[in-house]
Design a protein around this ligand. Structure first.
Ligand code: DP6
Length: 402
């Protein structure tokens, strides 16, 4: 391969999904390698509704590494981004050392340009670091011709990012080794496994800065005895149970455990000292509404989960979507500013029986939910073949200005 001619410009574009944990990751045992104190399990959401797109380019003519986030130039020196870049290059070097067959490998010494954007508003507070790092690692790996285990690299960007390297239902195994080589994500079931499963993201109004995940979980590890108990005694049992519910497509079991695990995560936040609050009045209203809806039907038909932010993610089966969306619309009447209240996958219309209205819709709070995004489980990262989709032009600069 030393004889091979090096290419002068290479460009790759990938997309990657958001994921939502049903058994939560909260707490690291190694901050630098991003090794968790417990395993976690998530559902990958469909990229038609939520995705990151990233173009990575390398060229002999680039004079420095550069990065653009949603059209704005950003700091390429971020340690986690640099860790991902270093790890992909290390794998590329390792692979090339192993085979002399490689025609025209891309020089690892070329500077790179990276452009990345989301198909959802950053301001909506939807977790974007998982999709962002999964996408970055997918694009870099393609650029350098690296294949195989990449969740370990994505994990170095953000813990939850390793789960966005797969579609469907994904487990992140905590691993035992101090070097993290066994702290990997793998698919438990593909997105086709449970075709009726649907997801509503309730994007809430207002609410800006909370404590970030990284800082929050560090304080929790340092101060919360409940988190220690959770990681050691609760999560291992719950993981096995959750796998069974998913395998059997048991919505009631899946939904109940999803709500319980979200609640325990937020309990560890309250047990953190000083305490961290991610749930607010509106979150609690959504939780209570969900339980009233289930109580009215006499079984678990909808299940909420909340991460380190105020948006609610609600699981249900397809036959429940229209009715529950109508319940949300009645409970949080949209501000009539012309914005689409229901976005994403189509939602049918439903008229609510009087007794359901009376039992479930108690005190409406106008304008509290900005919009509802209707989506479902989806596949892992994708390579875009069409060069017209690149976010960078032939000159290596962003095609569109923000
Ligand atoms: C509450 O993956 O954002 O969403 O590893 O420090 O980047 P870092 O944290 P991050 O934490 C996600 C926490 C969570 C639960 C989850 O996704 O499992």
């Amino acid at each position: 391969s030393a004889m091979a001619e090096e290419r002068s410009l290479a460009m790759v574009t990938c997309t990657a999904p958001v994921n939502i944990a049903v058994i939560k990751y909260w707490g690291k045992r190694d901050n630098d390698l991003i090794l968790p104190i417990n395993s976690s399990l998530s559902v990958t959401l469909h990229q038609d509704q939520l995705k990151t797109t990233t173009t990575a380019a390398a060229s002999r003519d680039f004079t420095e590494d550069r990065l653009w986030l949603n059209g704005e130039e950003a700091d390429v020196g971020h340690p986690r981004l640099q860790a991902c870049l270093r790890e992909v290059r290390r794998l590329a070097r390792k692979r090339r050392g192993g085979s002399a067959e490689d025609a025209a490998p891309l020089s690892l010494s070329y500077k790179i340009h990276i452009a990345t954007e989301n198909n959802f508003p950053t301001a909506a507070g939807l977790a974007s670091s998982a999709a962002g790092y999964a996408c970055l690692v997918s694009a870099l790996a393609r650029l350098y011709g690296v294949e195989g285990e990449l969740s370990e690299v994505a994990r170095r960007g953000s813990g939850s990012a390793c789960r966005s390297m797969f579609g469907g239902f994904v487990q992140w195994q905590r691993g035992e080794r101090p070097d993290g080589r066994d702290s990997l994500a793998h698919q438990v079931a593909p997105e086709t496994h449970w075709p009726e499963l649907r997801v509503l993201v309730l994007v809430v109004s207002g609410e800006k800065k909370q404590v970030g995940s990284t800082a929050g979980m560090q304080t929790s590890v340092d101060t919360s005895p409940l988190l220690k108990h959770r990681a050691e005694a609760v999560v291992p049992e719950r993981l096995a149970l959750m796998m069974r519910h998913i395998h059997e497509r048991d919505f009631e079991g899946f939904g109940q455990l999803t709500m319980q695990d979200s609640n325990q995560f937020h309990a560890t936040c309250l047990d953190t000292f000083p305490p961290i609050f991610y749930l607010n009045d509106l979150s609690r209203q959504i939780i209570a509404l969900t339980h009233r809806f289930n109580a009215h039907h006499g079984r678990t038909k909808v299940a909420y989960t909340f991460d380190a932010g105020p948006n609610a993610v609600i699981f249900m089966l397809a036959d429940t979507v229209a009715e529950f969306v109508e319940v949300v619309r009645r409970s949080f009447p949209p501000a009539t500013n012309g914005d689409q209240f229901v976005r994403g996958l189509p939602v049918g219309s439903a008229s609510l029986p009087e007794e359901l209205l009376a039992a479930v819709v108690t005190e409406p709070v106008p304008g509290a939910v900005r919009y509802i995004l209707h989506t479902k489980p989806g596949p892992g990262p994708q390579l875009l073949d069409d060069p017209s989709q690149h976010l960078l032009g032939a000159d290596g600069l962003p095609r569109r200005c923000a």
